[in-house]
Ligand binder design. Structure first.
Ligand code: ZN
Length: 371
């Protein structure tokens, strides 16, 4: 099955982060393909690629992130090879294998079914193809001695107008693998309120919702996600820090004031699906700097926000969940206790039933205690 993850140890050579039990809540299906698979699937449909070897193709994906227009082109390429049952099945299966190899015990995989209809499949058929791939991948991980569970999050593209249709699709497949709904795509100019009808429908069917917000736009977008989208989690939410005032009077006295949106997100424990490397790549915290050390991650964590750690697009950001935890530990000096908190936050915020979330929390606690 060809799934081997690079191993990351705690900085200084401590415990293996890779083998610790982890939860991935924000991971795009069309952002996590293996380069070799893209080459083979493209060949099967006669699609020309910008590079012919897996290594060169991986470089091409990683280099495109500096301009948003170029970055979005990389998704045109990955979605192009995910337009058939075979392509969707294979990509989903390998995605789960790769998460399993990285020590993920529960993952929510998000993707936008409406982007996969070019070759004639229906919305229901693409969701079924991905679900079959996921189930095959879960079987592969278990056959290899691992353990993993996966839920699908279906995303509606926020600049298009299929929100209600995708919300209905999510509800229709809720007992066949779909655990929640998301909106993705350009954030600025396309507030959650455009999808109000979809969010009302989801709320009336008690279907969980996460909303990309506070990544490419600010507090108003986050407020819209919470009010119009009734978001239970925020996709990234990095720019919630715009609603936090920190006044450092001297070394001993720092005063922090939260605005109403930040206060709500903190007090209601609305999870922030932070994705450190992706947030660096897309300049989502540019007002505080452009390096990971400038990311408001640590401020949010220290203030008690429910921070979770995610990969967003493993291919484009050339990363894994273990690598994200490693770079955070390296940058902010976190130890295993901190890393365990991030995983327990993710367990508590997943869209699974309560008993399942408690079981995940127990698995994480046991795994970290044995590290
Ligand atoms: Zn995302």
């Amino acid at each position: 099955m060809n799934a081997a993850a690079d191993e990351y140890l705690m900085p200084g050579g401590g415990a293996s982060i890779t083998t610790l039990p982890k939860i991935s809540l924000h991971d795009h299906l069309d952002g996590g393909l293996r380069p070799q698979t893209i080459i083979e699937l493209a060949d099967a449909i006669g699609l020309a690629l910008p590079a012919s070897s897996p290594a060169a193709l991986a470089d091409w994906f990683n280099e495109k992130k500096d301009s948003l227009v170029e970055y979005l082109k990389t998704f045109d390429l990955t979605t192009a090879v995910m337009q058939t049952h075979e392509g969707l099945f294979r990509v989903a299966r390998e995605f789960v294998q790769d998460l399993g190899a990285d020590g993920v015990i529960y993952g929510e995989i998000r993707w936008a079914p409406e982007q996969h209809l070019v070759r004639g499949l229906t919305l229901d058929q693409v969701v079924e193809a991905v679900q079959e791939g996921i189930e095959a991948g879960v079987d592969d991980v278990r056959a290899d001695g691992g353990d993993i569970r996966i839920g699908q999050l279906v995303s509606a593209m926020r600049h298009l107008d299929r929100g209600l249709e995708i919300a209905e699709l999510a509800v229709r497949h809720r007992s066949h693998g779909v655990v929640g709904f998301d909106i993705a795509g350009p954030e600025a100019g396309f507030p959650a309120g455009r999808m109000r009808e979809a969010f009302d429908y989801l709320a009336s069917h008690f279907m969980p919702r996460t909303v990309h917000a506070g990544e490419a736009d600010g507090i108003e977008s986050i407020a819209g996600a919470l009010v119009d989208g009734r978001a239970m989690r925020l996709g990234h939410g990095v720019r919630i820090a715009e609603d936090i005032q920190v006044a450092r009077e001297d070394l001993d006295n720092t005063y922090v004031t939260l605005g109403p949106v930040a206060q709500w997100v903190k007090d209601r424990e609305i999870a922030l699906e932070l994705s450190p490397t992706s947030n660096v790549d897309t300049h989502s915290f540019a007002q505080w700097g452009d390096e990971l050390v400038d990311h408001p991650f640590d401020l949010l964590y220290q203030l008690g926000f429910r921070v979770t750690v995610n990969t967003d697009n493993r291919l484009m950001s050339r990363t894994t969940l273990s690598r994200e935890l490693f770079v955070l530990a390296e940058t902010f000096g976190y130890d295993l206790t901190d890393l365990a908190v991030f995983q327990l936050n993710a367990a508590a915020s997943s869209f699974l039933p309560l008993e399942d979330r408690e079981e995940l929390a127990d698995q994480i606690t046991a795994g970290f205690e044995n590290a």
